[in-house]
Write a protein that binds this ligand. Structure first.
Ligand SMILES: Cc1cc2nc3c(=O)[nH]c(=O)nc-3n(C[C@H](O)[C@H](O)[C@H](O)COP(=O)(O)OP(=O)(O)OC[C@H]3O[C@@H](n4cnc5c(N)ncnc54)[C@H](O)[C@@H]3O)c2cc1C
Length: 412
């Protein structure tokens, strides 16, 4: 292909980088821009579900992710006030559904680095850090972006632009695409500690704690380990200031209240996040295609945001390759929009909101009913498998695959 027929990508998070890899290894010229100087090490996604591992493995990434991360087949739900283990799910129940009956806990910056290493070997892929995309315009034939450089703005032209520039996506905004949904009033705080919750309390590498006062997600990452680190995530008081939430006294009090201990916890990271539930009105505007957080954002309970983004990248690149290399119909890109937007709304939004509600429910009757129901599901292998198909994001992949070009033609 002519270099001018390149695909442009805004954003070098895991989603943009993965799309670049899938395109680049098929010989497509790609130019990717990220505004950061390098890949950031912030403690965000780690849980990578079977439905996503299947796609990542098409690029040979799973073994490396398991090597630098942790394989976690089990997850648990606990009732924090009573200390009761409500439910335990084992992904082994999915052994006939996927070659990957487990999740891999791999910090997203490690996944991004593994992808970047592979990109460095592809001469047709150019990755530029410290370059902010500031404008987008398109014609019937091409798309042009403006990129800030130390010497002033520079324009780059391509056949398509993938907007993988995160939740505040400039590509989405410049393309006039509404980002529909809402923002949670409470922010989430992430406290990371080396304290070993498995050895001392028996918690699995992914444990969810229901509590009417203050729920918690607790999960292990390998960090530079072994022994690794544990991240704990909680909601915060919407009226509290950053200082009130982040002071040593406040974070110790939070951890010691939730996981009683006579000693202070060692805390290696503390981070506050504003959390949204939003889906772009369309994932396609002409030659501009949105993927990852640029297209959808959700709360992190259940670990679905990045997974959804990587699944977008796999789906989108499959269609772009068909259009670019095999003369496939342009409507395939509408099918990308339909498939991925449908599962973002029907699965990821609904499940992540339901996950949060289950953990935070205050009404004692509803709470007990929810937790008892979960325990019953976990103890019935048929129901547990169905539950896992949803949480492992395999059901959403199947739903997307069931939508065809015929559905694109029908008004939705
Ligand atoms: C506490 C927490 C825990 C989470 N846990 C999980 C989990 O376990 N599993 C999961 O699946 N998800 C999880 N998520 C969600 C996950 O972090 C995001 O969904 C994921 O980062 C999205 O990847 P992305 O590549 O689309 O966007 P990002 O990672 O946000 O990357 C976007 C990139 O675009 C760049 N950029 C932005 N604007 C521009 C511009 N104008 N020009 C050039 N570059 C630009 C940025 O520098 C950035 O590198 C979690 C989130 C949080 C906050």
């Amino acid at each position: 292909m002519n270099r001018e027929d390149r695909v442009l990508i805004a954003g070098g998070g895991p989603v943009g980088l993965f799309a670049a890899l899938l395109l680049g290894r098929e010989g497509i010229p790609v130019r990717l821009f990220d505004e950061n100087e390098t890949i950031r090490e912030d403690p965000r996604a780690a849980t990578t579900h079977p439905g996503t591992l299947e796609i990542l493995d098409s690029a040979g990434l799973v073994d490396d992710m398991a090597r630098v991360g942790l394989v976690a087949p089990i997850f648990q739900f606990w009732d924090r006030p009573t200390g009761r283990l409500v439910a335990e799910f084992d992904h082994a129940l999915l052994k006939n559904d996927t070659p990957y009956p487990f999740v891999i806990q791999c910090e997203q910056f490690k996944t991004a680095r593994l992808i970047l290493d592979r990109l460095r070997e592809l001469p047709n892929v150019e990755v530029f850090f410290d370059r902010r995309v500031t404008d987008v315009r398109q014609t019937e034939h091409d798309v042009t972006i403006t990129v800030e450089t130390p010497g002033g703005p520079v324009e780059h032209r391509g056949l398509y632009l993938i907007g993988a520039d995160g939740g505040r996506s400039i590509v989405r905004k410049k393309s006039g695409i509404p980002f529909e949904g809402f923002t949670w009033e409470e922010r989430f705080i992430v406290l990371t500690t080396p304290f070993d919750f498995h050895a001392s309390k028996g918690y699995s590498y992914r444990s969810y704690f229901a509590d009417p006062d203050e729920w918690c997600n607790c999960f292990k990452v390998s960090a530079n380990g072994p022994p690794g680190l544990w991240r704990t995530v909680y909601p915060t008081d919407p009226k509290a200031t950053d200082d009130e939430l982040m002071s040593d006294r406040a974070v110790q009090a939070r951890l010691r209240k939730f996981f009683p201990s006579g000693n202070d916890y060692e805390i290696v990271h503390r981070n506050l996040y504003t959390t949204h539930q939003r889906v772009a009105k369309t994932f396609r505007a002409g030659r501009v295609l949105l993927a990852g957080d640029a297209a959808h954002v959700n709360n992190p309970i259940g670990g679905m945001g990045l997974n959804g983004g990587l699944q977008d990248a796999g789906n989108l690149v499959e269609k772009l390759l068909e259009v670019l290399l095999n003369g496939g119909p342009d409507a395939l890109l509408d099918l990308y929009d339909l498939q991925r937007r449908t599962v973002s709304s029907e699965f990821v939004q609904q499940q992540s909101i339901a996950n949060k509600k289950r953990l935070e429910e205050r009404d004692p009757d509803k709470r007990n009913k929810n937790l008892d129901e979960l325990g019953q599901i976990a103890s019935d292998p048929v129901r547990a498998r169905n539950f896992l198909l949803g949480s492992a994001m395999l059901a959403s992949q199947r739903r997307a695959a069931a939508l065809t070009l015929e559905d694109v033609k029908r008004p939705q």
